[in-house]
Design a protein around this ligand. Sequence first.
Ligand code: OGA
Ligand code: MN
Length: 196
Amino acid sequence: MDIAKIAYQLEHSGYIVLSESLVADLLADLFTRCHDDDSTRFHAAQVGRGAGKQLSAIRGDVIDWLDNSHSTDQAYLACMEELRLGLNESLFLGLFDYECHYAIYGKGNGYAKHSDVLQGQKNRILTTVLYLNEDWHARDGGELVVFDSTGKTIVTTVNPTFGTMIIFLSEFFPHEVLLSHATRRSIAGWFRVRGS
Ligand code: OGA
Ligand code: MN
């Protein structure tokens, strides 16, 4: 990954969209992992944390957190670790760790407008979403719409095409996943700072 370019964009716009984020072999392996055929892995996503955690009507994905003992997941986490260290060096963000999950949205599902910073907690600093959809067409919907901090003005709309990754400052960009008309696969992740 071109960490210098990512750092520059994050500093100047607060987000970046990369069309070819990772090498093809890794993307292919991640795509293979992002399948729900083994019923023990994916489960309906919840909103909130701890006691406030609840099944949600606003998001329709099933998720599976990456598993550091699986070689494919390890390879992805290693790339993100390199990014974490590079961004800490250039932007002094103090990013402490990275958490991420595979996400699958079935047909007819989306995720209503929200912020990734959990209520009462500001420890999510940067959001990443990597898309794993080959042959994605405009008619498939499922775009990520990113708003400015007022939540009223669209900053960018991202098609969830294979290998595209968006990185943005979690606190400043409310966003929404439009209804998807095809199965939509991705890895959503968050760099966090230590604390609450
Ligand atoms: C999320 C999210 C965006 C996307 O998981 O919090 O906003 O494009 N995902 O999948
Ligand atoms: Mn989100």
